[in-house]
Ligand binder design. Structure first.
Ligand code: PSV
Ligand code: MN
Length: 397
């Protein structure tokens, strides 16, 4: 491939690449043992939109902000007017709507799978409200993650809980507008440690299929047992037209929420390869919703978010450099070393110069991280927010 071809591929890949950032990535968060308060953290939805707009100004790739209903729209539908005003003011659009079915006291023993019909009804209503919020905001994804499960064998009926969840998802699906997708996220454990009601992609896929054609699976890269071949799951979901979206982050052991690509950039590259390959095989671009699900409490929140988006752009561009036709030929010939080298050559290709050229050609800062450091934005929000943050409690118990 000539240098010109490489640059053209990088430009085309980046022009098409958008990734959603999470509102909770700007707020004070912590570990199970305590919150680490940051002076510049966002305390309101206004501040979250402002931070998201800054990330988009720097990277050109994050036009939408994922919203978590209880945290960002505590009054539900009544808050959508405020969100619309913020969209107007910042140029950032509301992204996926995330129902919150894990925080309230009633959900101690589950939400949509709770043995109590009353609790299930409350949870189902919240899910339906989330669908309505998505409609009011014109957002396309309702992204469902359940903390439901149990901690001790024999204490819950896995079978009956499957039925309850199917019922709730069917109701949510029936309420979707044509432009909406219901994303079903899975997670093997935490906070439930014995069984989780949607524990893996097979269960998520089955729930999505039973709910209807507008329900798809969401793959959170942190939600797999160690050693799981995530790109194979992605390949299967693409093959079945069932891949709805991603929550990107990185992990060493579990749902660590580390910065994308910080532990295993090759895995992200392999996942992006499956996305590019889909277009090569079918002629149609794969269109899962790319989202980040990270909430940093050690790194600065803005810096971590910009670093993540930049890494995602670089890895997406690198995966676009694979010569798919050549790779297919080598695979068919079972020419293992040559096939692997064709694959790896793209991974090892340093695209940073081409990415910087793309940024400049699109009127963006050549180095988003450097530009963030010198823009004065971090100093400004630190001054504005530090007193409020100093009053925030960080205690676990
Ligand atoms: C749960 O671990 C999760 O991945 C879900 O997507 C939640 O909505 C998100 O994190 C934020 O808590
Ligand atoms: Mn997630």
């Amino acid at each position: 491939m000539t240098a010109q071809d490489t640059t053209a591929r990088v430009f085309a890949a980046l022009d098409a690449f958008r990734i959603e950032i999470p509102s909770w990535g700007f707020a004070n968060t912590g570990t199970r043992f305590g919150k680490f308060i940051q002076p510049a953290a966002a305390n309101s939805i206004e501040e979250k939109f402002a931070d998201a707009a800054e990330v988009h100004r720097l990277t050109g790739a994050t036009p939408t902000l994922a919203l978590h209903v209880l945290w960002d729209l505590p009054n539900g539908l009544a808050d959508t007017g405020n969100i619309k005003a913020l969209e107007q003011a910042t140029g950032i659009r509301a992204g996926s709507i995330n129902p919150n079915l894990f925080q309230e006291a009633e959900y101690k023993f589950g939400s949509l799978c709770n043995p109590s019909a009353e609790v299930r009804a409350k949870a189902t209503q919240h899910l339906l409200d989330s669908v309505a919020i998505g409609q009011a905001l014109g957002s396309s994804e309702v992204s469902l993650w359940l903390a439901d499960g149990s901690n001790y064998p024999g204490t819950q009926s896995v079978r009956r809980r499957i039925g309850w969840l199917q019922e709730a998802l069917a109701k949510a699906h029936a309420a979707l507008a044509p432009h909406q997708t219901l994303l079903v996220e899975y997670k093997p454990f935490e906070p439930a440690f014995y069984h989780t009601d949607i524990a893996d992609w097979g269960m998520a896929l089955e729930f999505a299929r039973a709910a209807g054609p507008q329900a798809k699976v969401l793959v959170d890269t942190g939600h797999h047992a160690l050693g799981t071949n995530i790109e194979q799951i992605v390949a299967w979901l693409l093959q079945l037209d069932a891949l709805g979206g991603f929550h990107f982050n990185d992990r060493k052991y579990a749902d660590d929420d580390l910065t994308l690509g910080s532990i295993d950039p090759y895995q992200v590259f392999r996942i992006f390869h499956e996305i590019h390959l889909h277009q090569h095989l079918t002629g149609t671009p794969a269109s899962p919703a790319f989202m980040i699900d990270q909430s940093h409490n050690l790194k600065g929140k803005l810096e971590a978010m910009v670093q993540t988006v930049v890494t995602a752009q670089e890895l997406y561009a690198r995966a676009a450099l694979i010569d798919q036709a050549e790779l297919a030929e080598l695979q068919d010939a079972c020419n293992l070393v040559a096939a692997e080298e064709c694959f790896r050559a793209a991974f090892w290709h340093d695209v940073r110069l081409a990415v910087a050229q793309w940024r400049e050609a699109r009127g963006l800062p050549a180095s988003p991280l450097q530009s963030l450091a010198t823009s004065g934005y971090l100093e400004k929000i630190t001054t504005e927010r530090k007193e409020k943050n100093a009053r925030a409690g960080g205690s676990y118990a």
